[in-house]
Design a protein around this ligand. Structure first.
Ligand SMILES: NC(=O)c1ccc[n+]([C@@H]2O[C@H](COP(=O)([O-])OP(=O)(O)OC[C@H]3O[C@@H](n4cnc5c(N)ncnc54)[C@H](O)[C@@H]3O)[C@@H](O)[C@H]2O)c1
Length: 505
């Protein structure tokens, strides 16, 4: 329905938000706000993060988007009308971001380029420190050491989003975050290449017994041997789990002249000339190297144990850079001790030390460490598969981009605890368009209540999704003037299901 009231062409440049049940100062509908920093960034042809699939005015379906890969596109300066318009807060300085644990300077620069105020801290904060100070911030970025508990979220009255600049999100109480209407973003796949490259290196080291030769030389022993040392060319690599890492590894291994077999629970298109096998036993019986790239799941717990090790070719090698629970390590030790396996590379363990330092990888941890350390031709690394400067940089860019997309566009794609919703960008040509971001309880009648409020206006597009008890609606409404905006906003924030409502224009 067309909007009939007011001069809809007016633009407000307003972002306001209201969270029910948490104390928060009322929004200011101040149309005179500055967003010059944002516009300057656009004019300078800065890559503008947009929802996946939103380029060229195509419609965007959140369900069809890859949840894990945001992307940035650079918008040609000449095509002004179709450029995504950044939906800005009434005052850019208002978005305050706290980055703990020495998050990459690349991420800091991306966020500051948006005009956000970024406090960069090198250390993790304790729960007490967080409780005292989190109330000032709209976004917090952490790595693995800072714990965001329910108590912290209760004090985070302004918090809009959390960025975990790492792979996992165990350090965050995701349910408490969801209850507060706060999406949590991470970067689960930015280090895939680093892991795949490490596996290539490990395969060469294993087949040339490099770990043992190096140890001998360090102890002053010269031991020039070629017996049981091989090239990797012409050998077969069996990849268990053909996801982000497994498939990259496949391409790299083929370029080294290896043949690749893979096993996965889902049928997946092979890259290059790799071949999927139906049963893991086929892979184990025919591979010179077996490399594991599956997630930690009840089904993958000890998926390589005594029977599977016995099914592997004599003299073959096992590599585990996935998760510590995937291999029954005492069974692996036995296989290595009997000489059935030719060697192994292990990066991950069921229990891992909490901190770096001497005497941390001892039998006190899992009980098998000294036996494993004594095995011949074994490469042991301290969970460094994904630990490279490049991966850290990628993580910084990916998480910062996800945060920017959520703050500026309301797009929650890629969040781990939140319904994934994105609308194609509002463009410079879409004059007078306002985006409503409505985080609400997933209860019957909640959409009806909002749509009744919007019934007199022209809703150009809307999309919603739910995740457990939480639901999220994005709606682009044309030609709301200041008075309408105030009225719509007030009514939506008073709906029973409201958790957090934001208005972007
Ligand atoms: N060592 C490190 O530092 C490091 C770094 C990054 C990732 N990882 C770990 O590597 C593993 C793989 O990561 P990814 O990014 O490739 O994950 P991914 O989700 O992209 O791929 C995992 C693949 O495993 C398959 N799979 C699931 N269950 C299976 C089963 N029972 N049998 C066979 N296949 C199964 C899935 O279908 C998927 O294709 C994860 O466990 C991850 O935690 C470790």
């Amino acid at each position: 329905m067309a909007h009939t009231n007011g001069n809809g062409a007016q633009s407000h440049h307003t972002q306001a938000f209201h969270r029910t049940s948490l104390s928060f100062s009322p929004p200011t509908f101040n149309g005179a706000g500055s967003f010059s920093g944002m516009m300057a960034a656009q004019a300078a042809h800065v890559p503008v993060p947009v929802p996946h699939g939103a380029a060229g005015g195509q419609s965007f379906s959140p369900t069809s988007a890859s949840p894990s890969h945001g992307r940035s596109i650079s918008i040609p300066a000449g095509d002004h009308a179709s450029r995504p318009r950044l939906l800005t807060p009434f005052d850019q300085g208002d978005i305050k971001i706290l980055l703990l644990e020495n998050i990459s300077q690349g991420a800091v620069a991306l966020l500051r380029n948006q005009g956000y105020q970024v406090d960069h801290v090198t250390k993790a904060w304790s729960e007490e420190e967080l409780i005292e100070k989190i109330g000032d911030y709209h976004v917090i970025g952490i790595r693995s050491k800072t714990r965001l508990t329910a108590k912290v979220f209760r004090k985070a009255a302004k918090l809009l989003s959390v960025g975990c600049f790492c792979i996992g999100t165990n350090q965050v109480d995701l349910e408490a975050a969801a209850k507060a209407g706060v999406p949590v973003f991470n970067s689960p796949f930015a280090n895939s290449r680093s892991v795949a490259e490490l596996v290539i290196g490990e395969m060469i080291c294993l087949s040339r017994q490099l770990a043992d030769r190096t140890l001998e030389m360090r102890a002053g022993e010269w031991n020039k041997v070629s017996k049981s040392c091989y090239e990797v060319r012409g050998k077969t690599l069996g990849i268990v789990g053909y996801g982000h890492i497994g498939s990259q590894l496949s391409v790299l291994a083929e370029s080294m002249g290896m043949s690749v077999l893979y096993y996965d629970v889902v049928p997946l298109m092979p890259l290059g000339t790799a071949r999927q096998v139906d049963a893991i036993e086929d892979l184990l019986a025919n591979s010179d190297f077996v490399s594991l790239h599956v997630p930690e799941l009840p089904e993958t717990r000890n998926m390589i144990s005594t029977a599977q090790l016995a099914a592997m070719k004599k003299g073959s090698y096992l590599l585990n850079n996935a998760r510590g629970t995937v291999v029954d390590l005492p069974a692996l030790v036995e296989s290595l001790e009997t000489g059935h396996l030719g060697g192994a590379a292990i990066d991950v363990y069921p229990k891992e030390p909490a901190a770096n330092g001497p005497n941390t990888f001892t039998d006190n941890l899992n009980g098998f460490e000294s036996r494993l350390r004594a095995c011949k031709n074994v490469i042991l690394t301290p969970h460094i598969g994904g630990s490279t400067e490049e991966a850290q940089k990628m993580i910084g860019t990916e998480v910062a981009t996800a945060l920017i997309r959520y703050i500026n566009f309301g797009a929650s794609t890629g969040s781990v605890n939140f319904p994934e919703v994105a609308l194609r960008a509002i463009t410079e040509g879409d004059k007078g368009m306002t985006r409503l971001c409505y985080v609400h309880n997933n209860v019957p009648g909640s959409l009806k209540a909002v749509n009744e409020i919007l019934a007199d206006y022209n809703v150009e597009k809307q999309s919603s999704d739910s995740f457990r008890d939480l639901a999220y609606l994005l709606a682009d409404v044309a030609n709301l003037d200041q008075a309408d905006l105030r009225e719509v906003y007030d009514k939506i924030t008073k709906t029973k299901a409201n958790i957090l409502t934001r208005v972007l224009s």
